[in-house]
Design a protein around this ligand. Structure first.
Ligand SMILES: [Zn+2]
Length: 129
């Protein structure tokens, strides 16, 4: 017997919508260029994991990468060679910036207003395009 698919809650659907909006904002802001190699890039990467909801839709927590520097390059990529990736990021943005973002990522996201985030990201996107 096939189990019925669990219906997504309204909140989950809204989160999915925000993920899409966030991705579009990051890519548009970065002009679809990998911020490492400046080649074409269409991978919006979360600097601190998506599981940190407090920064999941924070545009500072997003950076555009090409697929190689996002996932596959064994010398430099956010997922496969994270050590070099973090060194580069700290050089690019400064340690203080990274530390502050990390602090924000670790704050509890209880009571996060998803509707307000949606309005905010939509406004940003409209300004960017
Ligand atoms: Zn790249």
């Amino acid at each position: 017997m096939k189990l019925p698919k669990k219906k997504k809650s309204e909140r989950q659907l809204l989160e999915k919508e925000l993920d899409k909006l966030w991705s579009k904002c990051v890519l548009t802001r970065d002009k679809y260029k990998c911020q490492y190699c400046r080649q074409e890039g269409n991978n919006p990467h979360h600097i601190f994991s998506r599981s940190n909801k407090n920064t999941r839709w924070d545009l500072e927590n997003g950076i555009t990468l090409c697929v190689s520097h996002h996932t596959f390059n064994s010398n430099f990529s956010a997922h496969l060679a994270p050590r070099n990736w973090w060194i580069w990021l700290e050089e690019k943005r400064g340690k203080k910036w990274v530390d502050q973002l990390e602090q924000r990522a670790n704050i509890s996201a209880k009571g996060l207003d998803l509707q307000a985030i949606k309005i905010y990201l939509t406004q940003i996107l409209n300004k960017l395009i």
